[in-house]
Each structure stands twice: as structure tokens, then as C-alpha cells.
Design a protein around this ligand. Structure first.
Ligand code: DGL
Length: 262
């Protein structure tokens, strides 16, 4: 039995969602992926709820047209404004990046105080706080918008002193916490820097492996290996620097195609 070999559609405003696509690729090598980075509208974190819902509608329609069986909204800002009718109907399943992380944090009873960092859109929605308190009302949740991080990561500013100063300045504001949610799919790219700030004293949570694990539990998906090149990567605005960062990060040759949807 080969399983459902239709691709999984994954999208984000830029390279952030590649952290999720890459985890899916590792966990389910038999599953082709179609990735869409909406670089024309990047960053989503500063856009209105109305605009982001419009982007989701167009991108989900495109990915459904590419025969994707499942849709992964690999962006917290987009996940935070997601409603039932925001995605075009027709997918077997729509996964957001917030629920699995909130569930994972809430299930760890040692955690009493949790920090959340994300874009302005995600933090202003209080989505993590709402989901966490619904699961565990005794949790204390500290939210902090960190809008400089995603553009900094898109620029490839990850390991230099500017990145370190920005990361430390933000994290200093959170105070003492037991756990930190990296509430933006760009942030796993600076996880080593965040780990080195906390020196193991704070548990870090993010979405990529949890989403991949969730999909791996779906029995009808194909677990056979597809050859490199089966995955397709689209961006709404092509730049060479985006392609280089994407390749570096995804760890294999990828060909980016420009596709202006709307
Ligand atoms: N990667 C995105 C997120 O998870 C958004 C970054 C942005 O476009 O502002 O929120």
C-alpha cells in the first residue's frame, strides 16, 4: 500500500514556514510538499486581520488547485486569525501551528509561568493565552511582541552581534519564566541563540516537530521516500537572497518559482 501521495500544502509569509516543511520532510519523506511563501505581503505580523484572512483565502485556493490533501498554516500570525470559512473548503484537514504547542505546554504540569513571543498580530490576538488558560487555568502567561525578529531572520541576521543584542533585549523583558513558546515559525531559526541566553533554565516550545508528529500519526499518508525535487516551492516575490536562505535552511537543493496569486 502506497498511501495518499497527494502533496501537503504548507504556507507562510516567508521562510519561517520552512521550519515546519523541513520537519515534515524529515518525519514523512514519502510525502510531497508544496510550499508557498507569500513574500509580497511579508511581514504578516503587522497586517490587519482582514488582510491576512484575504491572503489565506487566496493561498489555500491555490494549494487546493495543486491537489494538496492537507493544508498546514505554518504561520502563527495567520493561524491566530484563522476561522472555519477563512480557508477554501476541500482539504481533508487544516492544521494550525498554535493548538499543538498550547496542548504540549499545558500537559507539562511542572510549568507554572510561560512566556510567549511572536509578531504583533499573534500577541495582540492573545490566542496562546486563551488556548493555554482553557486547558489549564492555573497557568501564568506573559506575552511579548517581538516584531524585529522575523524581518531580522529573513535578512539572515542570525549569528551576528546585532541579532544577539535584539534577542537579549527582548528576552530581558520577560522576567523569570519556566517555559517559552516560540510563537512564530521564523523563531526556530534562532533557537540556539535563545537556548544560549537561557542556559537550559527555561523549556522552549515550538511547532515544527509537533506538526510533523501529528501528520506522521495519520495512517493513510505515504511513508515511502520521494526523490529530491518532488517538492515544489513557490514565492509571491522572488529574490535571490530568499532562495539562498531557503536552501541553506531547508538543507537540500530547492528551486523557487515565482507565483503572483493576487
Ligand atoms: N512566520 C510568521 C509567524 O509565524 C510570520 C512572520 C511575519 O510575516 O510577520 O507568525
Amino acid at each position: 500500500m502506497t498511501g495518499d501521495t497527494r502533496p501537503i500544502g504548507v504556507f507562510d509569509s516567508g521562510i519561517g514556514g520552512l521550519t515546519v516543511a523541513s520537519a515534515i520532510r524529515k518525519r514523512l519523506p514519502g510525502q510531497p510538499i508544496i510550499y508557498f511563501g507569500d513574500t509580497v505581503h511579508l511581514p504578516y505580523g503587522d497586517k490587519s486581520v482582514h488582510s491576512i484572512r484575504g491572503y489565506i483565502k487566496e493561498i489555500s485556493s491555490f494549494l487546493l488547485g495543486q491537489n494538496c490533501s492537507r493544508l498546514v498554516v505554518a504561520c502563527n500570525s495567520a493561524s491566530s486569525v484563522l476561522q472555519k470559512d477563512t480557508v477554501v473548503p476541500g482539504f481533508t484537514e487544516v492544521l494550525n501551528v498554535i493548538d499543538p504547542v498550547a496542548a504540549c505546554v499545558a500537559s507539562d504540569l511542572h510549568i507554572k509561568k510561560v512566556g510567549v513571543i511572536g509578531t504583533r498580530r499573534t500577541i495582540q490576538s492573545h490566542i496562546y493565552k486563551k488556548r493555554l488558560l482553557k486547558l489549564r487555568e492555573d497557568l501564568e502567561v506573559v506575552e511579548l511582541a517581538t516584531p524585529l525578529l522575523a524581518p531580522m531572520i529573513e535578512e539572515g541576521f542570525i549569528k551576528n552581534s546585532i541579532a544577539e543584542t535584539v534577542i537579549h533585549t527582548y528576552l530581558d523583558q520577560l522576567g523569570k519564566i519556566d517555559a517559552l513558546i516560540l510563537g512564530c515559525t521564523h523563531y526556530p531559526l534562532i533557537k540556539p541563540q535563545i537556548e544560549s541566553y537561557y542556559q537550559g533554565s527555561v523549556l522552549l516550545f515550538d511547532a515544527p516537530e509537533l506538526i510533523a508528529e501529528n501528520l506522521a500519526g495519520v495512517s493513510e499518508l505515504s511513508h515511502q521516500t520521494v526523490s529530491i525535487g518532488t517538492n515544489h516551492f513557490y514565492v509571491s516575490d522572488y529574490t535571490q537572497s530568499f532562495e539562498e536562505t531557503a536552501k541553506l535552511f531547508f538543507g537540500e537543493i530547492i528551486h523557487l518559482e515565482e507565483k503572483l496569486l493576487f
